[in-house]
Design a protein around this ligand. Structure first.
Ligand code: HEC
Length: 107
């Protein structure tokens, strides 16, 4: 299950950061649908968080705060149709490591 692991407000913050910082090089189509499934289903949310927070943005990796990276991950989960809930996605890598990315709900 990957239900209610982020809030709508967190995903909106992530959307803003994504368009400010990431959209120059990426569009969300790269991180949704079949491409998302092939890359991420079966892996923990923590790996997605660590990948983004240690490698991106390409010119200045690690330059955002943990909260900003978590919000971007929340946004990408929202783009993939996972339902939001009442609690923000944490920034704690160990907690994120407990959350397995299951197959996304149908769009
Ligand atoms: C200057 C261009 C640039 C910016 C800005 C940028 N990226 Fe990337 N990103 C790349 C390139 C090039 C790759 C593919 C090469 C690689 O994996 O290092 C990539 C790869 C990725 C991957 C796949 C990594 C993997 O191993 O599967 C993710 C996820 C990602 N970027 C997310 C982001 C996010 C989120 C942001 C904003 C915080 C961002 N990128 C900003 C250029 C960029």
């Amino acid at each position: 299950m990957l239900d209610g692991v982020f809030t709508p407000a967190q995903a909106s913050r992530g959307e803003r950061t994504f368009s400010d910082v990431c959209a120059a090089c990426h569009d969300t189509g790269e991180f949704s649908g079949g491409r998302f499934r092939i890359s991420w289903v079966g892996r923990p949310v923590g790996e997605l968080f660590e990948t983004i927070s240690t490698l991106m943005p390409e010119a200045d990796p690690g330059s955002l705060s943990p909260a900003e990276y978590a919000a971007i991950v929340a946004y990408l989960l929202q783009v993939n149709n996972y339902p939001a809930g009442d609690t923000d996605l944490p920034t704690n890598v160990r907690a994120l490591g407990q959350l397995e990315i299951v197959s996304p709900p149908a769009q």
